[in-house]
Design a protein around this ligand. Structure first.
Ligand code: ZN
Length: 242
């Protein structure tokens, strides 16, 4: 078992900031930079020194804190290499199939276009965790700003191919809103009904519904249960005006 620690905390209106810390090597990464000041505060509170940023995609609510954090810490910025110049301060460009070391631990990169063309996710098998940015959400998926339903279907399929118990760290708290649409398209799904009740209880207690798991999303997520790109596209269009 790994002793990796993962912390998640709200940022901006509905983003999550995330830290992954490896006590052995002393390395600490933040996943995306929705709020540089809050990320720095969360690190200091735990006595962790930020050594790297792992960006998933270029949207400002994911990269807005890069410059300030790079000024404050001696750190390395990892991010998607697919489109040059989109990630502020990018030092290590990553593409599908790349791996790098986080202390003694492997980090695997998957290219998951759909929400943006260059979106990547970070899988840390020994932590049983994947940082999925805006590709998949609890009971939802990212809007198709730059990609096609076919691309999103393939991207979600890559995530669904990870081990069932893999924890998926989604970048936004959209669950209760996603739940309304999910139950609308899949009203007889008992697992979905249970998941919605559990999510409501968590939110009422002030807790995040993130992370979810591969197994939970396979059973409840309407963009996964869509089963193919055409149905995914139909549901995505329906949700955009829901
Ligand atoms: Zn985004």
């Amino acid at each position: 078992m790994s002793d990796i620690q993962i912390e998640i905390f709200p940022c901006l209106s509905d983003n999550y900031g995330m830290l992954i810390h490896d006590p052995q090597s002393g390395r600490t990464a933040c996943i995306d930079t929705p709020d540089g000041a809050e990320i720095a505060r969360q690190c200091e509170q735990r006595g962790w020194r930020l050594t790297e940023i792992w960006n998933t995609h270029w949207h400002p609510d994911h990269t807005g804190g890069n410059a300030a954090l790079a000024k404050q810490y001696d750190l390395t910025i990892y991010g998607p290499a697919y489109i040059e110049g989109r990630i502020p301060g990018l030092q290590k460009g990553l593409t599908e199939g790349d791996t790098f070391q986080f202390g003694q631990h492997d980090v695997h990169i998957f290219h998951t276009p759909g929400h943006t063309d260059e979106h990547i996710i970070y899988h840390v098998p020994e932590a049983n965790a994947a940082f999925v940015g805006d590709t998949i959400f609890v009971m939802g998926c990212g809007k198709l700003f730059e990609g096609t339903p076919e691309q999103m279907h393939q991207s979600l399929s890559k995530i669904m191919a990870l081990p069932d118990e893999t924890k998926l760290y989604c970048a936004h708290e959209y669950t209760l809103s996603n739940a309304k649409f999910a139950i609308h398209v899949d009203p007889e799904n008992e697992r979905l009904k249970e998941a919605i009740d559990a999510a409501k209880a968590k939110r009422e207690a002030g807790l995040p519904t993130v992370p979810t798991t591969v197994a939970a999303e396979r059973a409840t997520n309407p963009f996964v249960t869509a089963g193919n790109a055409i149905e995914l596209g139909r549901r995505r269009a329906l949700k955009d005006s829901f």
